[in-house]
Design a protein around this ligand. Structure first.
Ligand SMILES: [Zn+2]
Length: 88
């Protein structure tokens, strides 16, 4: 069970962020909840697809910058699996 710290955050905490065009990013749910009251509220609701947060109106490049800033370094092994990170 993730308690919101990098040392206790596990892959089960991983949340997929899905953008229009099918691009996805992965980030720890706990970190997103701590980063923003809005995200905390959104993540407290049942997601349409479990483990997937649809952000079809958002810019994935902006989110990449945000995640680089807020995601604990311990989570980086999961981040290198970002789908489409180097897509043209
Ligand atoms: Zn976590």
């Amino acid at each position: 069970m993730c308690e919101g710290s990098a040392s206790s955050c596990e892959s089960a905490c991983a949340l997929t962020l899905e953008f229009s065009g099918g691009k996805t990013l992965t980030a720890p749910r706990c970190t997103l909840s701590e980063a923003s009251p809005v995200l905390r509220n959104v993540l407290s609701l049942a997601l349409a697809i479990p483990g997937v947060l649809a952000l079809h109106d958002d810019d994935p490049e902006a989110w990449e910058d945000v995640l680089r800033a807020i995601v604990p370094k311990d989570f980086i092994p999961d981040l290198v699996n970002w789908v489409g990170m180097r897509a043209p």
